[in-house]
Design a protein around this ligand. Structure first.
Ligand code: CS2
Length: 477
C-alpha cells in the first residue's frame, strides 16, 4: 500500500497516525534541510505537539537547498509529505509512526522564488535550519566568514537566484521588511556550539557585502536563539523500507529510523510567536552553552572517537566499535581524563550518568548507525567536537593522549584512501594532498590545515605525541 493521505485509514493499526486534520494545517515554520535528522527530531515533536494541542498553525514547509535534495523532495511530495519514523529500542521493539507535520516540500534550486516568498509569508514565524556543520561557511580557527567561497560570491553577484542559505535568508528578510511582515526567529539546529550566534554573525557578514542597509532591520527584528539538538538518526537503508513492506504491507519511499532518546534545549529568545514546546518536554533556558558543550564534547566527540578508531579496527557500525572492550575502555579514558574535566558547568556525577546513557545509546544494535556516516564531513566536525578539548588540555598542561589518538586514526584513514573520492568530506582534495603529498616525510602537513587544527602544528610536544600515535597505529598492523 502506498503512503498517502487517502490510505492512512487503511494502515495497520499498530502504526501511530497523525491525529489531527492535516488539511487545516498552515506552515508557521519554514525548515531548511530536509534530511533524516530534521524528520526524526523537529518534525516528529511538532507532529506530537499538533496532535496534543491542535495548534494547526505550526505545520512545516520543508526546503531542500541542495541540487541532490531533489529526490527526497519529490518522494515526499508523492506521499503528500507523509513518511514513517521507526523508533528502535535496544531490545528490538519498534514504534512506527506516520509523521504529518510537514505539509509542503520545496526544492530550492527548482523554485527559488517560492522558497523566498514562503520565508517572507505572514504565516511564517520561525525559520529553522539543519544545514550541517559545514553549511555555516565559517573558519573555526578565525571565527570568520569564508568570503571567497564561490557559492557565496555567486550569491552576492546574483541576488535573484541564490544558492546558499545566506542568499536565501537575505532575499527573504528583505522581502519581509519591504512588505512589512514583521519579525521572525531563525533557529539553527546544527551541532555547533553557539549555533545561533554563529549563524547571526555569518549572516550579518554576508549582508554587509550583499545588502548593507538590511543590517539594522535584522538586528531589530530577527532573533537567533542558540539550541542543542539530540537524537541519533542513521542514514536510511533498503532494509528499512523492506521491513515496513513485510511487516505492515506499507511502501514508504523515504522512511526514517531513529533511537527513542530525544532532547532539545533552546535559548528562550524569540521574535514573533513560537510553538509552546515546553508542553512536550522541550527545555527553554536562558543559557544553552553548557548543554551544547556537554553534548558536542561527549556525544559528538565520542562518535568521532568510535568512528575513526572503530574504522581502523575494521568495524562497520558504531554499536560494534563500542562493544569492543579495548575501544570502550579507551573511550572511557577519553571521557574521564580529557573531556569531562573541561565541562565545569555540571556536577561530575551528572556527566558520568550522561556518559553511561551515551554508552547504551551507542550500543543500540538496532539503530545500525554506520561508521561512514559518523566520519563523513569530519573537517567540519572535528574542529567543533574535539579540538576544543585538546586545546583546553594543552592549556592546563594536561594530557590529550586519547583525543590525539582520534586525529591519528583520521590521518591513517586518509592515508589508506586511494583518491580524494574515497573520503566523504568537503575538504577531501586538500586532506588527501596534505597526507599523500607531504613534502618531507616525517612532517605532518595534515596538522598544518589551520582552519581545522588552528595552531597545533607549532606545538612541538603536540606534534611529537601525534607522531607517536600515528606510529602506534602503524605498529599495531
Ligand atoms: C553525529 C551526529 O554527525 C555526527 O558525527 O555525531 O549526527 C549525532 O548522531 C547527532 O548529533 C545526535 O544527536
Amino acid at each position: 500500500m502506498k503512503l498517502q493521505n487517502s490510505t492512512l485509514s487503511d494502515l495497520d493499526k499498530r502504526i501511530h497516525l497523525p491525529g489531527y486534520d492535516r488539511s487545516a494545517l498552515t506552515a508557521g515554520i519554514v525548515h531548511i534541510g530536509i534530511g533524516n535528522f530534521h524528520r526524526s527530531h523537529q518534525a516528529y515533536i511538532l507532529d506530537r505537539y499538533i496532535q496534543k494541542t491542535n495548534s494547526l498553525n505550526w505545520g512545516i514547509c520543508a526546503v531542500g537547498l541542495l541540487p541532490q535534495d531533489e529526490q527526497v523532495c519529490n518522494r515526499m511530495e508523492q506521499q503528500n509529505c507523509l513518511y514513517t519514523l521507526s523508533e528502535k529500542k535496544e531490545d528490538g521493539s519498534v514504534n512506527v509512526s506516520v509523521i504529518g507535520s510537514i505539509i509542503r516540500c520545496l526544492h530550492a534550486p527548482s523554485d527559488s522564488q517560492r522558497v523566498i516568498q514562503q520565508m517572507a509569508a505572514t504565516e511564517t514565524k520561525l525559520i529553522t535550519l539543519t544545514i550541517t556543520e559545514g553549511g555555516y561557511n565559517y573558519n573555526s580557527n578565525t571565527g570568520r566568514f569564508i568570503a571567497d567561497n564561490p557559492l557565496v560570491m555567486w550569491d552576492i553577484e546574483n541576488p535573484g537566484s541564490p544558492k546558499t542559505v545566506f542568499g536565501y535568508l537575505t532575499r527573504a528578510l528583505e522581502l519581509r521588511r519591504r512588505l512589512n511582515k514583521g519579525g521572525v526567529t531563525i533557529q539553527s539546529c546544527d551541532n555547533i556550539q553557539h549555533n545561533g550566534e554563529i549563524l547571526q554573525k555569518m549572516l550579518l557578514t554576508f549582508i554587509s557585502s550583499a545588502l548593507p542597509d538590511l543590517k539594522e532591520w535584522i538586528i531589530e527584528n530577527v532573533a537567533f536563539p542558540n539550541s542543542m539538538v539530540d537524537r541519533i538518526t542513521p542514514v536510511s537503508v533498503r532494509e528499512d523500507a523492506d521491513y515496513l513492506r513485510e511487516e505492515f504491507q506499507l511502501d514508504d519511499l523515504c522512511p526514517v529510523v531513529s533511537e527513542t532518546f530525544f532532547q532539545w534545549v533552546i535559548e528562550d529568545k524569540f521574535k514573533n510567536q513560537r510553538p509552546l514546546l515546553e508542553q512536550m518536554g522541550i527545555e527553554y533556558v536562558k543559557d544553552v552553552a553548557p548543554y551544547e558543550k556537554m553534548k558536542l564534547r561527549l556525544l559528538n566527540a565520542g562518535h568521532s572517537f568510535l568512528g575513526f578508531i572503530g574504522k581502523d579496527a575494521g568495524y562497520q557500525f558504531i554499536h560494534e566499535a563500542v562493544a569492543d572492550a579495548s575501544i570502550r575502555n579507551s573511550l572511557l579514558e577519553f571521557y574521564n581524563y580529557e573531556a569531562i574535566p573541561n565541562i565545569p558547568d555540571f556536577p561530575a556525577s551528572k556527566l558520568i550518568d550522561y556518559v553511561q546513557t551515551l554508552l547504551s545509546r551507542f550500543g543500540n544494535p538496532c539503530i545500525k548507525d554506520h561508521i561512514d556516516r559518523i566520519i563523513s564531513g569530519s573537517s567540519a566536525k572535528i574542529p567543533k567536537f574535539l579540538i576544543p578539548t585538546i586545546n583546553d588540555q594543552i592549556q592546563k598542561g594536561k594530557s590529550a593522549r586519547k583525543s590525539i589518538l582520534v586525529l591519528a586514526a583520521w590521518y591513517i584513514y586518509i592515508e589508506k584512501a586511494n583518491s580524494p573520492s574515497d573520503i566523504n568530506d568537503e575538504m577531501s582534495v586538500l586532506l588527501f594532498e596534505k597526507v599523500h603529498k607531504a613534502v618531507t616525510k616525517n612532517h605532518f602537513e595534515f596538522i598544518e590545515i589551520v582552519s581545522i587544527f588552528g595552531n597545533l602544528a607549532s606545538n612541538i610536544s603536540f606534534m611529537n605525541q601525534f607522531e607517536s600515535a600515528v606510529n602506534e597505529f602503524k605498529k599495531a598492523k
